[in-house]
Design a protein around this ligand. Structure first.
Ligand SMILES: O=C(O)CCC(=O)C(=O)O
Ligand SMILES: [Fe+2]
Length: 330
């Protein structure tokens, strides 16, 4: 069962000091001047990219180091971003909620994303918006996606796609009332030693199919996905592509290896109880993530994260992005 293993609280890799938080806020506010829906325009992203060069040195350095090597957990947790909680509007509670207006949190998230690479989105998911809301939605409690509040099983983001994001970035605007919502993250660098040689061999074999997740909508499945491995690349430090919900093993040995992988992930996962101003970067190539259950109240003060995706090399997906924009259209 997700959420049953208790772990000590995860310490932030970097806590911004007040002076650095003030610098972040000043930069972000210069991006908030526009009243119109600016976030998805190339011009606004260009301004956020330029502003990201002026982020405080400890933050830029942490992002740069993480790009080179995402560490034993494939996770970077930064505390103390100035989200100005008292000024936040009520937590949205509608399906497909996104943030197209240039707000302080949207600007902070986008600057950090630009410090890691290029933000991008997928047209089929949340209407292709760069900054997406992760919020519980009434009636979608058991939905297996970020609008739900039931446990969300382990997945890498968009493993079915030829160009999955390299990083997933979350910024916490509000925690859930009971502080029970935990972002669960497991990295292959911790899980790999728990796998048997036979299990590893099968996970490297193209004996699995990964379909689009429910967040891509009911029509997204299309043609049957090609068989692929769950693990690829270096035997001692592989990449992962899988989602417990939508990855199907194609052979009995693949089913056994996937179950073994699930146990290794379960045994090594850490749970992050994000609080307002916490930002977490997941290296989507070497981690899987999920979420514990929590109890939404739909009173305007529910859990609220912003999410964006980052590509280290946006050029790689050029043939999937019309007009060289930020939206992967197919
Ligand atoms: O709600 C969460 O903490 C994570 C949800 C999730 O997996 C996602 O938004 O990609
Ligand atoms: Fe996710």
């Amino acid at each position: 069962m997700p959420g049953t293993t208790q772990h000590a609280p995860v310490a932030a890799d970097l806590n911004l000091d007040p002076a650095d938080a003030t610098t972040c806020e000043r930069l972000a506010r210069t991006l908030c001047a526009d009243r119109y829906e600016a976030v998805d325009s190339p011009e606004w992203v260009a301004r956020a990219r330029d502003a990201s060069d002026e982020l405080p040195l400890p933050l830029r350095r942490a992002l740069r180091r993480f790009r080179r090597h995402s560490g034993p957990h494939g996770t970077l947790l930064i505390g103390g971003l100035p989200v100005d909680q008292p000024a936040l509007p009520p937590t949205p509670a509608v399906p497909g909620s996104v943030q197209r207006r240039a707000t302080l949190p949207a600007a902070l998230l986008t600057m950090v994303a630009c410090g890691l690479g290029e933000p991008h989105a997928y047209l089929a998911e949340k209407s292709g918006a760069l900054v997406q809301d992760v919020v519980p939605v009434p009636g979608q409690e058991s939905f297996h996606g970020n609008a739900g509040s039931a446990p969300l099983s382990f997945h890498s983001e968009n493993g079915f796609h030829p160009h999955p994001p390299d990083y997933v970035v979350f910024l916490c605007l509000r925690a859930d009332h009971d502080r029970t919502a935990g972002l669960r993250v497991a990295g292959i660098r911790q899980a790999l030693p728990l796998l048997t040689p036979a299990g590893r061999e099968v996970l490297f074999a193209p004996e699995f199919r990964t379909a689009p997740p429910p967040s891509f909508g009911p029509g997204a499945s299309g043609a049957e996905p090609e068989p692929r491995p769950v693990l690829s690349g270096a035997a001692e430090d592989p990449d992962i592509r899988m989602a417990q919900l939508v990855t199907t093993p194609l052979t009995p040995r693949a089913a056994a290896a996937l179950a073994e992988f699930g146990r290794a992930v379960e045994a090594t996962a850490r749970t992050l109880y994000l609080t307002p101003g916490d930002l977490v970067v997941l290296d989507n190539r070497v981690t899987v993530h999920g979420r514990t259950a929590f109890q939404p109240r739909y009173d305007g003060a529910d859990r609220w994260l912003h999410r964006t995706y980052v590509a280290t090399d946006l050029r790689r997906s050029r043939d999937h992005r019309p007009d060289d924009g930020h939206v992967v259209a197919r």
